[in-house]
Ligand binder design. Structure first.
Ligand code: NDP
Length: 419
């Protein structure tokens, strides 16, 4: 049995918390912490009656390492599950290494202000050396490998669906279906409809920063950069139908091509509707996606944070979202000398997720794997000192837990390939 400290009580956290409470055979204690204590208390109120896991709450600002360390010392968790903002990954990792607590997150580190001069200099160096221009990457988090080794605990990076489950799909395909994988396309389709002309299905700020930044893919040992939304394909997704999808940079490409250097090309596609793209372009053109502070009258505001405050809260979309998601990987490679194509994917229904835990499928598909990561570390099934991405551990127990905890997957031979 283990004790988990969850940072955040938003959309993804609310699912992970529900799932932790369902698994009171694994988690004896849960502390929910964010800046808004009332939200954490409401979450406790919702789940405490239905679980033997003992729930407590705390107010915390993850910008303060002192506050994080004080809370860790008070609650004494085995695992810290970070489901807040990726801006805080480094502070939380430092606190975990210092206090010898396992660390899990679901998104790679990026700074809040991408024009901050010291960070900017490092970023520009990285763009030149590595060749990709996304604001998020693993360099800084991986640099804590030795600190976690010395502390004898695990830092598991990117434990949501994508990154997360997609990394495990690659490890599983390699373990069971391929001697060599040459090509991987990761396809993320949200076929859901929430009825709003414009809303994001996870944290608005992070979502818009990710989608509006220049895109790239990995080919023959190099990153190939292209303008945002400039590569579009149509794909007929199982159980959903035909959707437009666009090439994006995504963090699992960085770790997977490092851990499986045989892969010649890896691309990531996500579906978007025309209304979303038109709204995003218009907001970008008028400067509303900026993350650098600007003066408005007497006040300093960050345009993208102001925009977030005007938009629907992604965690409130559950009730009104219908349809399904389909996220998976298409592989081309060789087994016993023969060319082989394979598709591994999960389909998740927004309304079924809402009926079970009160959240839409994007939060569900991220929160469930986060709980599974915590469970596998807690049971000592995934074990190691240092920083890890999910593909570095045995995929089988994770895949089994996906099937048993609400995210069953399918393996299909000879799928239609993306050209
Ligand atoms: P939300 O905006 O719903 O939740 C963010 C949470 O962070 C809130 O509960 C907020 O609480 C908390 N938070 C923000 N700032 C602080 C702070 N300074 N100190 C403590 N807590 C803070 O986001 P989502 O749940 O949609 O997303 C959570 C994470 O999951 C994001 O990093 C996102 O990128 C990632 N994600 C990963 C996916 C994957 O498949 N790998 C898919 C979808 C999302 P409060 O305001 O009370 O502090």
């Amino acid at each position: 049995m283990s004790k988990v400290l969850v940072i955040g009580c938003g959309g993804v956290a609310s699912v992970a918390i529900a799932k932790i409470c369902q698994r009171d055979d694994i988690f004896s204690h849960l502390c929910i912490a964010s800046r808004t204590l009332s939200k954490c208390d409401a979450m406790k109120e919702k789940w405490q009656k239905q679980t033997k896991t003992e729930i407590s709450t705390a107010k915390i600002d993850a910008n303060s390492k002192e506050q994080v360390i004080a809370l860790i010392r008070q609650f004494n968790p085995d695992i810290l599950l970070h489901l807040g903002m990726p801006y805080h990954n480094i502070i939380l990792m430092q606190a975990c290494a210092e206090c010898k607590v396992h660390y899990i997150d679901t998104a790679a580190y990026e700074p809040e202000n991408t024009n901050e001069p010291v960070w900017r200099q490092e970023y520009e160096k990285r763009c030149k050396e590595k060749g990709f221009v996304a604001y998020f990457d693993y360099t800084e988090q991986w640099s804590y490998n030795q600190a976690f080794k010395d502390a004898g605990v695990t830092a598991l990076l990117g434990g949501g669906f994508d990154p997360g489950v997609t990394n495990v799909f690659v490890a599983y395909a390699k373990k069971h279906y391929f001697d060599r994988i040459d090509y991987v396309d990761i396809l993320d389709c949200n076929g859901g409809d929430h009825g709003y002309p414009f809303a994001t299905n996870f944290n608005t700020e992070i979502n818009l920063r990710e989608v509006s930044s220049p895109a790239d893919y990995y080919e023959n040992g190099k990153w190939v950069g292209v303008p945002a939304m400039s590569i579009k394909r149509e794909y007929d997704f199982p159980e959903i139908g035909t959707k437009d999808m666009y090439l994006l940079h995504h963090e699992e490409i960085e770790s997977l091509t490092k851990n499986f250097p045989e892969i010649k090309r890896m691309r990531f596609y996500m579906t978007f509707g025309q209304s979303y793209l038109t709204h995003m372009k218009c907001l970008e053109n008028v400067g509303m996606l900026q993350s650098t502070p600007v003066k408005y009258g007497e006040h300093e505001i960050i345009p993208i944070q102001f925009l977030k405050s005007m938009m629907p809260d992604p965690s409130s979309l559950g009730e009104r979202t219908i349809g399904k998601t389909n996220i998976g990987c298409i592989f081309t490679g060789y087994k016993d000398g023969k060319l082989k194509h394979l598709y591994i994917y999960n389909v998740c229904d927004h309304q079924e997720s809402y009926q079970e835990v009160g959240s839409q499928a994007i939060s569900y598909t991220t929160g469930v794997p986060a709980m599974i990561c915590a469970a596998l570390i807690s049971k000592g099934i995934w074990k190691g000192a240092g920083t890890f991405n999910l593909e570095e551990f045995d995929p089988d127990p994770f895949m089994e837990m996906l099937n048993n905890n609400g995210l069953p997957w399918k393996v299909v031979d000879n799928p239609v390939l993306v050209d």
